[in-house]
Design a protein around this ligand. Structure first.
Ligand code: HEC
Ligand code: HEC
Ligand code: HEC
Length: 422
């Protein structure tokens, strides 16, 4: 906004007051219109991501289309108890011992349970070291493993049998093994014990550009901001003082865009606004988009996040995001909330599960384990693929609503793009 000369400003107010005195309704409406911020030009028709979407080349390529995604219902419905005749005599405990540790089966049992011989156990489920002394029947153990939902509809344990991760015969072997467990587990290394493990103190300083490559990407973004696009204009042609103009922008993202009837986040805004304003094609998850996002969000660093829901549409989208947090997806049948709510502050194998709060303000960030910048959408896609659920394209409205709701949980916390993490 250009600063008006004081006299001009006073003149304006006097004029407005005069008009208001004679024709109050029209006067106020006209003044409101003049003050309403100009909407940013956006391209609203095309996909903001690679279309058709293709999963990242270095990710598992399996297709889990037989199971729910955050959009589609495909998983088999919850079954009934399985018949188990008499005590399980034919189970092979030796085989069962290997099967519980088999990480290729959706992480195996150690991901959530302590059992003898475990390394890096999780503690989402109860310690099963003495399950053999609990007086559980074979029928109960078999069915709990085959599909725990027959006992506990909201169970966080995957339906190992019903979703085809272990065959019924393998589950019989596992039951035979569990029955042999009668003594507390002695850990060789304290780090293997989820109740003693120290939550990872970060070994690096994300604010140090020499340690965190994301800062360099931000600089790349600044250069892109100056570079003229196919329309002949650069971002800087229209935004001469981005530092001032965009100070609170990151803290207000994502927002509900009435022209699209959809929530859009920083990265989707960049794609659509660039198409309309500079003619550049910066698809979501491209290096250019990530660089610009980091640059713009760094300009909003330390501003308190303020994503508020005022209109009916805004509230409806936020509510849908909240609902989607509870939706069970993938062959492993997890909901976002299972890991980010119910099990928060616990360990799933060596992964510490953070609470739903404080998960948003630092994106995009640099992941040392990937050697790459990750956006919040890529993280959501990965949280699906990791539990064997097909991901959606990064501009999917479902992710947008999830991000909208999740961001509001961090209202008041500061934007701190770009952080760094494992
Ligand atoms: C993602 C975490 C997770 C994984 C992985 C997991 N469980 Fe569980 N398990 C749980 C939770 C949580 C419970 C507690 C009850 C509930 O929520 O249904 C449980 C309960 C159980 C029980 C019932 C204990 C009782 O009180 O009688 C058995 C048996 C069991 N799990 C066996 C297994 C076996 C065998 C595997 C590997 C094939 C496994 N679990 C893998 C989370 C998990
Ligand atoms: C042709 C002029 C023009 C160009 C070129 C342009 N913008 Fe904009 N931009 C606007 C207008 C108009 C608005 C809406 C009014 C405002 O917020 O300044 C806007 C809004 C924005 C906003 C939102 C500000 C807010 O507070 O809501 C951001 C961020 C932004 N532009 C970034 C960029 C980037 C990045 C580029 C380059 C890819 C760019 N702009 C290129 C005209 C332009
Ligand atoms: C099996 C457990 C699991 C499920 C299910 C899961 N996540 Fe995650 N998620 C993780 C782990 C582990 C991390 C990385 C550690 C952390 O920050 O909590 C993570 C990180 C995230 C982050 C980034 C947090 C940060 O601080 O950088 C977001 C956002 C997120 N998940 C959203 C989701 C959404 C949305 C869903 C549902 C579609 C989901 N997750 C489902 C385990 C899970």
């Amino acid at each position: 906004m250009t600063r008006k000369h004081p006299t001009a400003l006073w003149g304006g107010i006097v004029l407005a007051a005069t008009i208001a005195a004679f024709a109050p309704a029209t006067g106020l409406a006209a003044e409101k219109k003049a003050m309403a911020p100009k909407a940013a030009p956006l391209e609203t028709e095309k996909s903001a991501a690679l279309d058709p979407w293709k999963r990242y080349a270095n990710w598992p390529q399996a297709d889990w289309n037989k199971f729910n995604t955050i959009r589609n219902n495909s998983s088999p419905s919850v079954g009934r108890y399985q018949r188990v005749y008499g005590p399980i005599e034919d189970g092979n405990a030796e085989k069962g011992k290997k099967l519980v540790a088999d990480r290729t089966r959706g992480g195996g049992c150690f991901a959530c349970h302590v059992m003898p011989g475990v390394t890096l156990a999780g503690n989402v489920g109860p310690d099963l070291s003495t399950v053999g002394t609990w007086g559980r029947t074979d029928w109960y153990l078999f069915n709990y493993i085959y599909d725990p939902r027959v006992f506990n509809p909201g169970s966080m344990m995957p339906p190992w049998g019903a979703h085809g991760l272990y065959t019924p015969d393998e589950i019989r072997d596992i039951v035979a093994y569990l029955k042999t467990l009668k003594a507390p587990t002695a850990f060789k290394d304290l780090g293997d014990d989820p109740n003693k493990r120290v939550k990872g103190a970060s070994a690096y300083d994300p604010d140090d550009p020499f340690q965190n490559p994301a800062w360099g990407e931000g600089e790349r973004g600044e250069k892109l901001f100056q570079k003229p696009g196919p329309t002949g204009k650069s971002c800087a042609s229209c935004h001469a003082n981005p530092k001032k103009a965009f100070k609170t922008w990151a803290a207000r993202m994502p927002y509900y865009e009435p022209r699209m009837k959809k929530v859009i986040n920083s990265e989707e805004f960049i794609t659509r606004h660039a198409r309309a304003a500079t003619g550049d094609e910066y698809l979501m998850e491209s290096n250019e988009n990530n660089a610009l996002s980091i640059y713009l969000r760094v300009l909003g660093r330390d501003q308190p996040i303020q994503v508020k829901f005022r209109t009916a549409e805004e509230k409806a989208h936020a509510n849908r995001g909240k609902e989607l947090m509870g939706r069970k997806i993938g062959q492993l049948n997890f909901a976002c909330n299972d890991c980010h709510g119910l099990a928060a502050d616990k360990w799933i194998r060596g992964q510490y599960l953070g609470p739903s709060k404080d998960q948003v303000g630092h994106h995009p960030y640099y992941r040392t384990s990937q050697g790459a910048i990750w956006t919040i959408r890529k993280r959501m896609e990965w949280c699906g693929v990791a539990i064997r659920a097909n991901e959606l394209p990064p501009d999917a409205p479902e992710y947008a609503d999830l991000e909208y709701y999740l961001t509001s949980l961090s209202n008041g916390k500061k934007v701190n793009t770009p952080s760094m993490g494992h």
